[in-house]
Design a binder for this molecule. Structure first.
Ligand SMILES: [Zn+2]
Length: 420
């Protein structure tokens, strides 16, 4: 009995269940999965992955940034490498699928390719990136920056809540941080980087599609606005004379919401607000807000920012309020490679699924890998768009569909590669 696509999907499901047990939390259903970089749980999950990879005949190594890399080698002389994978780490009390699914699916794919004797003219390197979420060391995209050669040694000084540096945590994990520069891939040896990930949004579920192809990974910018008014007695200052900072802040929130709702490919939020003096009977004097804008198109995001700041200026002036503004973060959008995205779309069609192209509103390892090579992503439908939460869920059949799409994508990529 040959190993069918259904069995590949079921195998992926079983591996994912097993991987989820390597967690700081005990009750996975209630508390979710917590697995941070260079911890015991990280070591344990890599041990399990190593076992599964070796059983598939893959050669496995741990690099100096605690990335685990398993190679499914091609017999073609001078073969280049298709990089696939995702991150092993989770947010605190995260789900079973964000990250780990992108490590496990390629293993199910390789098992399938082997069962059907499908030889490829390129190596497949499956990477379990050590740290993408950056929860422990605020070191977002650590693993992928190392492979892309953009890792800054300065990052090694970052500390966790206990004061442990990234450098010492990596050493304790058996890595040699001084040799991290040796772990980068050379662009000429890599074909592309492909990541499978849950969508973390509701679009595929609403369209009743198991998978979708990603066109771009969002750009992000963040701002801090401090609105300044005048504190006063909440009972004695006449309404007409008030300079209420929180009323101004409400205008800011309304502008962000309205602008994003009225602009295609733009989302935004005021996620954090601090009000002072923050008393029940005191007119607010200063209110500080965060603003975050995201778009897959940088020009849309920048235009929105200018419009927004102008709207804020006009509204606050009308309320006789002043404000300070500082931009605190900016990350440009990364476009997925058009040829790779087109290849994935064709592979989706090959699998009998209507292709749907969408952009990623969340950051991913591809943001860093794009400095090394062409990238693209395959999204899998997740229940109600929920992620970073214990109730994160996928349908087992979608894993089967994803393995099929990846198999078709590999065959299409093989046809593009020079044969030996
Ligand atoms: Zn993720």
């Amino acid at each position: 009995m040959t190993f069918s696509l259904d069995q590949a999907g079921r195998q992926a499901w079983e591996w994912l269940e097993a991987a989820s047990t390597f967690s700081e939390t005990r009750d996975i259903a209630r508390e979710g999965v917590t697995r941070q970089c260079a911890t015991r749980e990280h070591r344990d999950v890599l041990e399990a992955l190593t076992g599964w990879m070796e059983a598939l005949g893959m050669s496995v190594r741990l690099d100096n940034a605690a990335n685990l890399i398993g190679r499914h080698a091609s017999g073609t002389p001078g073969a280049r490498t298709l990089l696939v994978g995702s991150h092993q780490d989770t947010v605190p009390n995260g789900g079973k699928y964000d990250g780990m699914m992108g490590v496990i699916l390629p293993l199910a794919l390789i098992k399938y390719l082997q069962e059907y004797d499908i030889a490829l003219p390129f190596h497949i390197d499956v990477v379990a990136f050590s740290d993408e979420e950056g929860t422990r060391f605020s070191s977002t995209l650590l693993g992928s920056k190392v492979l892309a050669g953009t890792f800054e040694p300065e990052m090694l000084k970052a500390t966790d809540d206990e004061g442990v540096t990234l450098e010492s945590a990596l050493k304790a994990f058996g890595c040699d941080p001084a040799r991290i520069p040796e772990d980068r891939y050379r662009p000429e040896e890599v074909i592309a980087f492909l990541e499978a990930h849950i969508e973390q949004g509701p679009q595929l579920e609403q369209a009743s599609l198991p998978v979708g192809v990603v066109s771009a990974i969002t750009g992000i910018e963040r701002h801090q606005i401090t609105v300044r008014g005048m504190a006063g007695h909440a009972g004695t200052v006449p309404m007409s004379l008030r300079r209420d900072a929180l009323v101004g802040a409400a205008e800011v929130i309304r502008h962000v919401d309205a602008l994003c709702k009225g602009t295609d490919d733009l989302v935004g939020v005021v996620g954090k607000i601090e009000n002072a003096p923050n008393g029940v009977n005191v007119i607010p004097q200063t209110t500080t807000l965060s603003i975050e804008l995201r778009s897959p198109r940088d020009e849309v995001r920048r235009r929105a920012r200018e419009q927004l700041l102008e709207q804020i200026r006009v509204s606050l002036e009308a309320l006789d309020l002043t404000f300070d503004h500082a931009q605190t973060y900016e990350q440009s959008a990364v476009q997925c490679s058009p040829w790779l995205t087109a290849t994935l779309e064709e592979a989706v069609k090959d699998s009998g699924i209507t292709p749907r192209v969408l952009f990623s509103g969340a950051g991913h390892d591809g943001l860093a890998m794009a400095d090394l090579c062409d990238i693209s992503m395959l999204f899998l439908r997740c229940r109600e768009g929920v992620s970073h939460h214990p109730s994160e869920a996928i349908e087992p059949e979608d894993l089967t569909a994803a393995v099929e799409v990846l198999a078709h994508a590999c065959q299409r990529l093989a046809r593009r590669q020079p044969q030996a």
